[in-house]
Design a protein around this ligand. Structure first.
Ligand SMILES: Nc1nc2c(ncn2[C@@H]2O[C@H](COP(=O)(O)OP(=O)(O)OP(=O)(O)O)[C@@H](O)[C@H]2O)c(=O)[nH]1
Ligand SMILES: [Mg+2]
Length: 390
């Protein structure tokens, strides 16, 4: 029987049920509820409307990812809420995804597909778009076979198998060809960018890079400190391309500052690779400003994610200043005394200095400049008088 629906006048948003699993004895410093709250934000950012949440604790994920009883409950909920999609908080194998779609009768996606979707909607530059295309294609490749056997089973029986298999081969060939074309184009753009960066940073220009969790206020700080107009929005991943500007410091030390893409926990591995490119400025930075939204109840967890991912990228030892931003959401005036729990919850010794700011109120900008200046002067190599330049 066709579903009866009522439509609102606004654009219709997909209705999504969210599912999270915590595996017993597997350490994760994110509580399941917090992770689902974030998944919910991501779903909204992708244009879906989360209507219900399901959680389960398991000894280990099953071939269907969740237990049989949970699947029955989900089936029921899908009907009740007229959901269009079920979104899982972890990456599903192509098989798990297919089995779950068969059982639930609606589209099933995972956190990775969701993040890819948000990125695809936000990427602006040619390179950004290509990077996403690359990641999406890589994500799709192992799932192609699944899609075809899926159709065979739905269509059933005679005549579908042969053409289906041929089709998979053709699809794979096409997809591989596309992958190599996209990779080539990205390589070319990167070459150009490297040349540009070399020109920009020739001599002793210092590179400062803002890094931090998505929505922490990196773009707002970037704008405040350089007086430029990068889009800052209360949404996840508003920045997907690196923007670099000259930074004027009191001493006149030449420096550039870059705004970068935000981090998120459980960042899909295929995106970590794809996004190294947009984080190149951070890879080469002399100084990182790690921005934290102190008003977030998850501030400490978010700071930890960023620290871990910086280490994974091999830049855990780059000098770092901790910038505790959005202070105005905690206190009313800049000179009110503050006690910040986060300072007990994270390892402050990783940072060379801690600065508190409010990008929107302009608080702490003098301190921040001063901290940058001091730190940059400290990384300056000792002058030996031996110039190699002719
Ligand atoms: N109240 C307050 N809001 C802030 C502050 N800094 C940033 N915001 C707001 O927080 C939201 C996110 O800020 P962005 O600068 O876009 O954050 P971002 O870190 O660049 O985020 P992505 O680019 O999505 O990774 C925006 O609505 C900003 O206006 C601050 O110090 N105080
Ligand atoms: Mg931004």
């Amino acid at each position: 029987m066709p579903k009866k629906r009522t439509y609102s006048t606004g654009p219709s948003r997909e209705r999504a049920i969210l599912v999270g699993v915590s595996v017993r004895n597997q350490f994760d410093y994110w509580a399941l509820d917090d992770s689902l709250a974030e998944l919910s934000e991501l779903a909204r950012a992708a244009g879906a409307n989360p209507v219900e949440r399901f959680t389960q604790t398991l000894n280990k994920p099953s071939p269907t990812y969740i237990g049989k009883g949970k699947i029955d409950e989900l089936q029921h909920a899908v009907k009740q809420t007229e959901a269009d999609t079920v979104i899982f908080d972890d990456e599903l194998s192509p098989n798990q995804q297919k089995t779950l779609e068969d059982k639930l009768g609606v589209k099933v996606i995972d956190r990775t597909a969701l993040i890819l979707d948000v990125f695809a909607q936000r990427a602006i530059s040619r390179e950004g778009r290509l990077q996403i295309e690359l990641a999406q294609t890589e994500y799709l490749l192992p799932r192609l076979a699944g899609q075809w056997s899926h159709l065979e089973r739905l269509g059933g029986g005679v005549g579908t198998r042969g053409p289906g298999e041929t089709q998979i081969e053709t699809d794979r060939r096409l997809v591989r060809r596309k992958l190599s074309r996209v990779k080539k184009e990205i390589a070319q753009i990167q070459l150009q960018r490297n040349q540009q960066r070399q020109q920009r940073t020739s001599g002793d220009t210092k590179i400062v890079s803002l890094v931090g969790y998505t929505n922490a206020g990196k773009s707002a700080l970037f704008n405040a400190i350089t007086s430029s107009g990068v889009i800052e929005r209360n949404q996840l991943f508003s920045t997907l391309d690196t923007t670099t500007r000259r930074l004027y410091l009191p001493s006149g030390t030449p420096a550039t500052i870059s705004d970068t893409v935000g981090f998120v926990h459980k960042l899909p591995p295929i995106l970590v690779t794809a996004f190294r490119a947009t984080l190149e400025e951070a890879l080469e930075a002399d100084l990182l400003l790690q921005v934290v939204d102190v008003s977030s109840p998850y501030a400490a967890e978010q700071a930890q994610v960023v620290s871990d991912q910086l280490s994974d990228m091999g830049i855990g030892d780059t000098p770092r200043i901790l910038v505790l931003n959005k202070l105005d959401l905690i206190i009313k005036s800049a000179d009110e005394p503050i006690s910040l729990n986060i300072l007990d919850e994270i390892d402050v010794s990783e940072f060379s200095r801690v600065v508190t700011t409010s990008a929107t109120k302009g608080w702490g900008m003098v301190d921040l400049r001063d901290a940058i200046e001091t730190r940059i002067a400290a990384v300056e190599p000792v002058a030996t008088g031996n110039s190699i330049e002719g």
